[in-house]
Design a binder for this molecule. Structure first.
Ligand code: SF4
Ligand code: SF4
Length: 469
């Protein structure tokens, strides 16, 4: 039986691609010898097509028939991902202060230098309010996540550790830290409880790492973080964030080699967020960064093949997962709306609520205060609503980009500061385009698992096995 289009009331059988009710199959050159990508940009469906078969596939056949049977399901899945998720995580700033003055930090200097800690009693009250919120909104048995975030959370260490101790039965906790205050007792507390740990480090040597991350007095912290990586050998619930800028892009391959040698299980190679002028000074040009970035990904694959041990580059792995199984993605920056103000939100040290940590320090994005207004009021506030209305379809040129649901035009905080509005693109485009092409090449070569977490698909249902035509 010929597949029929259920997509609209138009009198079209959808017999051919790219007209009427036919599937939208946009060919995408992925730089592969044998294959092209075919993408339906609206549903993020994709297939790989042998270059000599493209005309046949566009004219109809098994791929079209099978896709039309599944298209409505793909649409519903994408709707759920983009508009149907309940909040399940909070980025929680237990202090405004930081002991470092990194060149690209998105929190204003005066806040980091002179801000306040959240007192322990206040933190407990905040976590009680958050628990009550999640008990109202999530299924019982859900374990929402609290990530203590910066500024530098461990400057308010006593309150943070007491909170983890007290609320550990309900929340899953994580701590994102610069490492400068992470003493052996605190490290032992964190690892013995299985708390997620994120460290920041921008180089494989002090000469590189200390260019961007340093104390107010100008001293580097590479040596301290390097020693922590030694202490963390064998601990699996941690990652290292490397902020990629013009200061370290030439050493990305050396950096992943260094992380791998230290047995870091997961890293992120995040392009510098251009929210503040200091960050914009060290922005790499996309076309110069791309070959260096992809060479570092190549190196992680080779290291895995040589040693049998992976260094997962989580932000790239998330792009791969967004292609293979959109609902299984773990990070929410590469979809619009992004996760800020819907899948998670941020609490500042005075209880103010923001859609994402990136907006802490931008007062007009405050959605309310946890103590005075509550989470529901913040979720309904105009700044949070504006975040949820930031769709790639409203952004030039993303609205016409076949890769828009694999890239997500990140980041709204960056776009707003850089271009004067949420519905504008972020500071990097070619970098994301080329990561998606690289991911599709990896799939074409059957190499995707070289880049992914083990058991990444444990809870994933395969809804379509298009294979390569
Ligand atoms: S894209 Fe930016 S604002 Fe959105 S979740 Fe990611 S970091 Fe936060
Ligand atoms: S930023 Fe670039 S790659 Fe990403 S959706 Fe927009 S146009 Fe596409």
């Amino acid at each position: 039986m010929e597949a029929s289009a259920t997509y609209s009331a138009a009198a079209s059988r959808g017999a051919r691609a790219n007209s009427g009710n036919g599937p939208t199959f946009t060919p995408v050159d992925i730089g592969h010898d044998g294959y092209l990508g075919l993408v339906d940009p609206a549903t993020a469906f994709w297939s790989l097509v042998r270059k000599d078969r493209l005309t046949d596939v566009l004219a109809g056949g098994p791929l079209r028939d099978a896709y039309l049977q599944k298209r409505d399901g793909f649409r519903r899945e994408m709707e759920k991902l983009r508009f149907g998720l309940a909040a399940s995580a909070v980025y929680f700033n237990p202090t405004d202060r930081c002991d470092l003055d990194c060149r690209y930090c998105y929190i204003p200097k005066e806040t980091r230098r002179g801000g306040a800690h959240m007192p322990r009693e206040r933190m407990f009250a905040a976590l009680e309010a958050l628990q009550a919120y999640f008990e109202r909104t999530l299924d019982s048995g859900a374990a929402p996540q609290i990530i203590f975030h910066g500024a530098e959370p461990l400057l308010n260490k006593e309150a943070v550790l007491a909170a983890i101790d007290h609320f550990g039965g309900y929340f899953r906790f994580g701590v994102q830290t610069n490492g400068a205050n992470l003493d052996p007792e605190t490290l032992s507390f964190i690892t013995s409880r299985g708390v997620g740990l994120g460290l920041s480090l921008d180089g494989a040597t002090a000469a590189t790492a200390d260019r961007t991350r340093r104390t107010w007095g100008g001293a580097g912290v590479f040596g301290k973080v390097d020693a922590l990586l030694e202490s963390l050998r064998g601990y699996h619930n941690y990652n290292v964030i490397c902020t990629v800028s013009s200061e370290n892009m030439g050493e990305l391959t050396a950096i992943v080699e260094y992380f791998h040698a230290k047995q870091v299980p997961v890293c992120m190679l995040n392009p510098v967020r251009l929210t503040m002028p200091g960050a914009r000074e060290i922005k790499p040009a996309d076309h110069e960064l791309v070959p260096l970035y992809l060479a570092a990904l190549d190196r992680t694959r080779q290291l895995y093949r040589d040693t049998g041990r992976k260094l997962v580059v989580a932000n790239f792995a998330n792009v791969l997962v967004s292609i293979l199984a959109p609902m299984a993605r773990r990070l929410m920056c590469d979809i619009t709306p992004c996760g800020g103000g819907r899948a998670f939100f941020a609490v500042a040290a005075n209880g103010d609520l923001f859609p994402c940590s990136e907006f802490v320090g931008v007062p007009r994005y405050k959605g309310g205060n946890l103590f005075a207004d509550g989470v529901e009021a913040a979720m309904a506030s105009a700044p949070f609503a504006a975040m949820r209305e930031r769709l790639a379809e409203r952004i030039e040129p993303c609205r016409d980009c076949a890769l828009r649901h694999f890239c997500g035009a990140p980041c709204p905080a960056e776009a707003d500061q850089l271009n004067g509005g949420l519905n504008t693109p972020g500071g990097f485009c070619e970098l994301y385009e080329e990561q998606v092409r690289y991911a599709l090449r990896a799939v074409a070569d059957g190499a995707e698992n070289d880049f992914l977490w083990d058991k990444w698909d444990a809870d994933t249902v395969t809804t379509f096995q298009a294979g390569a035509l």
